[in-house]
Ligand binder design. Structure first.
Ligand code: ATP
Ligand code: RIB
Length: 309
């Protein structure tokens, strides 16, 4: 019998409003842009889609407004087959939105206005305790309220459920909470902000990873853009780079989300850590070949084809 990996994602849903631009505007400048796209986004929602499209059973915990975008969110999660019983739709907050600019090289700049998902309460997370109990892994980002982040880490820790923290976008988080995290997956900028050490290459990634491991986190994975990721675990003096895949990048927005959703699924499925990182690199590489975020996440067959299994 095939058992599904079971993942609970506690995170954001926002609607993405994205415009292509020949170059990023300077302060005060207006640029004539290219095509505009609107679609489902938010780091939590994107990671949930990445995992479900690989075959995971995913429960999403988030909050949206009772508005057009909130209705669209529920429809989106239903179409993707993501459990939405812990998505709270409320009257008094609006669904969040992200303003995204993507330049000709595929790089992006984002302002995210969290709206409802910035107000998730302790109680709203605690309601999902039964789903936490059933889960193989809990996947969390920093794109919600600190109450949601703190409650998720404490609940997962109480239930001895492994937790992956994707510390994006960066928010200050206490060492007490970090010590309860099993896997942390910053990009280079977030690793720099978390450790106070700039990360630019393998040597600086190792130094940042050592600082994070010293806080009590079991496994550090620093994503390195097209280079792949740097993996280092407790007890190791140095880590290693797990190489990325060469693809034609069209839009890198959501690459980190594809990596995290992919990594969560493959770890929950019981894959060895290096293989899970390599497969997550493949998921993320495929996602950057398409425009958009949640809807750019690849399916398992595409990943198998790229990975060669
Ligand atoms: P984003 O903010 O754009 O979502 P990020 O800054 O959080 O991304 P990155 O380290 O840039 O995270 O990328 C995450 C993962 O995506 C990398 O570890 C790598 O596997 C993959 N990736 C990113 N960019 C590329 C690329 N141009 N080609 C292939 N793979 C890529
Ligand atoms: O990681 C990409 C996501 O970050 C976008 O979908 C946008 O919603 C922002 O929150």
């Amino acid at each position: 019998m095939i058992t599904l990996s079971k993942i609970v994602v506690v995170g954001s849903y926002v609607v993405d409003l994205a415009a292509r631009t020949p170059h990023m505007p300077k302060p005060g400048e207006t640029v004539l842009g290219g095509p505009f796209r609107m679609g489902p986004g938010g780091k939590g929602g994107n990671q949930a889609v990445a995992a479900v499209r690989l075959g995971a059973e995913v429960t999403m915990v988030t909050k949206v407004g009772k508005d057009l975008f909130g209705d669209e969110a529920l429809h989106h999660f239903k179409i993707e087959g993501i459990h939405s019983g812990f998505i709270n739709q409320v009257e008094d907050e609006s669904t969040g939105a992200a303003l995204i600019a993507v330049d000709d090289s595929g790089e992006n700049m984002i302002i995210v206005s969290l709206g409802a998902c910035g107000t998730i309460t302790e109680e709203e997370v605690e309601k999902a305790e039964a789903a936490f109990r059933e889960a193989d892994i809990i996947l969390l980002q920093l794109e919600t309220s600190m109450a949601a982040i703190r409650t998720t880490i404490n609940l997962a820790h109480k239930l001895s459920k492994p937790i992956i923290l994707n510390p994006a976008p960066y928010q200050k988080i206490s060492d007490e909470l970090l010590a309860k995290v099993n896997y942390i997956t910053p990009n280079e900028t977030e690793a720099g902000l978390l450790t106070g050490k700039e990360v630019t290459d393998e040597d600086s990634a190792r130094k940042a990873a050592q600082i994070l491991l010293a806080k009590g986190i079991n496994t550090v994975i620093i994503t390195l853009g097209k280079q792949g990721c740097y993996l280092m675990q407790q007890g190791e003096n140095a880590g290693k780079i797990i190489p990325g895949y060469q693809v034609q990048a069209v839009d890198t927005t959501g690459a980190g989300d594809a990596f995290n959703g992919g990594f969560a699924h493959f770890i929950a499925e019981g894959k060895p850590i290096e293989k899970a990182c390599s497969l997550a690199n493949a998921v993320a590489a495929l996602s950057v070949t398409k425009n958009g975020t949640a809807l750019a996440m690849p399916y398992l067959e595409e990943v198998k084809e790229l990975w060669g299994t």
